[in-house]
Design a protein around this ligand. Structure first.
Ligand SMILES: [Zn+2]
Length: 283
């Protein structure tokens, strides 16, 4: 049995009891090219009220900003920045390109940007140079920062520490690190984004305990789709693409880990996202 356009099994059509905001969706990924309208319809049915599309390079920044200008069943916003994987491409022309989009009324944050030493697709020194430029753009524009960090907590904390007094709010998206790094971020008053990573009984176990340590007013939720399909879905969907309509499953799992109701977690994280990104539209 399938629902609507036949893409999502009925078992997965689960509606959040309260509106949700997905703060990290890579909807310009090629896997959404063929059915984006249906994806947005399903997200609206799942009770998502807004999404922030992640701009990670020239093409995704341009395409994400363009999507926010059209009318959709879910309010769309975007970010503009260069993912650390692409840091080797960062130059003056790309910086001007990003700065141009930071004036766009629906581009709400600088990023994603940061450090990823897990795979080092760009050299660590290139990553630090590009990240420094993003910190400077955030300080100058007073826009919030959407941060990515993997296996680079110590350098990230050092660099943020040097800029903390000059930049505004910042979220460490898809946090998967250890307790010490988390506490370092919380000491800097960062927001923390959680994905379906902690739904994974193998690699997400430490996060299931740590997620309870994030203050309620600092937690936000995201799919990071099409990546990171949650593993708590009721059906095995091997190789399936992750999409925003599945955010209620992540909300449910985090609520259970924190010992609160889904409705309470939804209300709190949506209110945090609205405040963080300064979303004032009546969505
Ligand atoms: Zn990321």
């Amino acid at each position: 049995m399938t629902h609507g356009d036949g893409m999502l099994p009925d078992a997965l059509c689960f509606q959040s009891p309260e509106p949700l905001i997905d703060i990290g969706a890579n909807l310009t990924h090629e896997s959404f090219n063929h059915d984006l309208d249906a994806v947005l319809e399903r997200a609206a049915r799942a009770n998502l009220t807004a999404m922030v599309l992640t701009g990670t390079d020239r093409a995704s920044i341009e395409a994400s900003a363009a999507l926010t200008e059209q009318s959709h069943p879910v309010a769309l916003y975007a970010t503009a920045g260069l993912h650390p994987h692409h840091a080797g491409e960062f130059d003056n022309s790309l910086q001007r390109f990003i700065e141009g989009y930071l004036d766009h009324p629906r581009v709400l944050a600088v990023g994603e940007c940061g450090l990823d030493y897990h795979r080092n697709f760009s050299s660590p020194s290139d990553q630090r140079r590009a990240f420094e430029a993003h910190l400077e753009m955030a300080a100058r524009t007073k826009k919030p920062l959407f941060l990515h960090e993997r296996d680079a907590g110590s350098d990230m904390l050092d660099m943020l520490g040097q800029w903390r007094d000059d930049i505004g709010p910042a979220v460490i998206h898809c946090f998967t690190g250890d307790k010490q790094t988390l506490y370092g971020y919380l000491d800097m008053d960062l927001y923390v984004g959680q994905t379906g990573w902690l739904c994974d009984e193998r690699r997400g176990e430490h996060l299931r305990e740590l997620v309870g340590d994030i203050p309620a007013d600092r937690l936000m939720i995201e799919t990071d789709c099409p990546y990171l399909l949650p593993r708590n879905l009721p059906a095995r969907l091997k190789g399936r693409r992750h999409e925003p309509a599945l955010l209620p499953w992540i909300c449910r799992e985090i609520a259970a880990c924190r010992g609160v109701s889904e409705a309470e977690l939804a209300r709190q994280t949506t209110s945090n996202a609205r405040a963080f990104f300064n979303i004032t539209d009546s969505i």
